[in-house]
Design a protein around this ligand. Structure first.
Ligand SMILES: [Mn+2]
Length: 337
């Protein structure tokens, strides 16, 4: 795995970690496969460093990733509880460097112990940038799990089947099962190493993508019936209102990947999905088929992400938010940015 950028100093990461005992490992809200896979593999690997890591998620682990549950001990963040951070001597933040995605822990993160950020997103808030902190950030990495895999290799830790499964989960899900433009030789090399170490790709595919419940399928049906095309078919717009969740029996945790449904349409170059949330909040998911930089648009609405996959949570009136986001997407498509 020698094709990682030279700037990624995995040896410094090992040296940094060796100074501590009790890392608190955090990842972003609405943790996806890369988030949970990366923190799981990181925790397993850190134990080989004689560390006693504690993984804390902001919500229960998603149903799709329940097979990771037995691999480590998972904790759930409880707001205002000092106990969960009391004996922590460092913080490791994985798969994000955006305050907006760490909201429940923001009070704690105002003056945290020494912090390590391991991330592959463009959005970069002032986290892990003090003296004594460390950042391992590489926007060219297709998944945070790739950085974990490369660190494990550089640290001379032998990935076992559990670590390999967790890492492959991150590599596979962040690349849409190795279909998106972030799939490259470097990432596939790491994936091959994980298969060699005992991860089972077919079992993983079945566990992640072939376990849907009827509620999510019914929600998908409602999503597709909301689909409309604008800009001569270049822009797909989809909406999920609270009534769609009620009618299908689905909940907010069942929306992962739904934004990609419109990609199958030949003319579609970008997609906007709007999801109604309690308290006049709207989750906006944006996708681009290498046509426009949707991270730039997401940032204008207080969010962030990657050029081809980004999102934001916007406060406001439904039709107004939809109109404004579509306006920005249309402008970008029109000017070819
Ligand atoms: Mn990721």
């Amino acid at each position: 795995m020698s094709s990682a950028p030279a700037a990624l100093d995995y040896r410094a990461m090992s040296d940094w970690l060796r100074r501590f005992r009790r890392p608190l490992i955090l990842t972003h809200q609405r943790s996806d496969g890369d988030a949970v896979g990366s923190v799981c593999a990181a925790a397993l690997a850190m134990k080989k460093f004689d560390l006693d890591p504690r993984v804390v998620l902001f919500e229960p682990i998603g149903a799709r990733y329940r097979f990771l549950q037995p691999l480590i001990e998972w904790h759930e963040w409880s707001a205002g509880s000092e106990a969960q951070t009391a004996d922590t001597d460092c913080v490791v933040i994985v798969d994000t460097c955006a305050s907006a995605q760490l909201e429940p822990a923001l009070a704690f993160l105002r003056s945290p112990p020494p912090t390590l950020v391991i991330d592959h997103h463009v959005t970069r808030d002032p986290i892990g940038d003090r003296a004594g902190d460390l950042r391992i950030i590489d926007e060219t990495a297709g998944a945070a799990a790739l950085l974990i895999a490369e660190w494990i290799a550089s640290a001379g830790i032998r990935a076992d089947a559990r670590m390999a499964t967790a890492i492959l989960t991150g590599l596979a899900t962040d690349t849409g099962w190795f279909r998106f433009s972030n799939t490259n030789a470097r990432l596939l090399r790491a994936a091959a190493d994980m298969l060699a170490a005992g991860a089972d790709a077919n079992k993983l595919f079945n566990a992640i993508y072939e376990q849907e419940n009827i509620e999510r399928v019914r929600l998908t049906a409602r999503l597709l019936s909301s689909l409309r095309l604008e800009m001569d078919g270049a822009l797909a717009v989809m909406e999920l209102r609270e009534s769609d969740f009620a009618a299908s029996g689905a909940n907010a945790s069942m929306t992962e990947d739904l934004v990609n449904e419109a990609n199958r349409i030949a003319t579609v170059r970008a997609t906007a999905l709007f999801i109604e949330q309690p308290g006049s909040r709207i989750r906006v998911n944006l996708r681009s088929k290498n046509a426009i930089d949707v991270a730039k648009i997401a940032r204008e609405f207080g969010g962030g992400g990657h050029a081809n996959a980004a999102g934001a949570r916007v406060e406001g009136e439904w039709s107004d938010v939809v109109r404004r986001v579509i306006g920005e997407m249309s402008n970008a498509l029109y000017s070819g940015q």
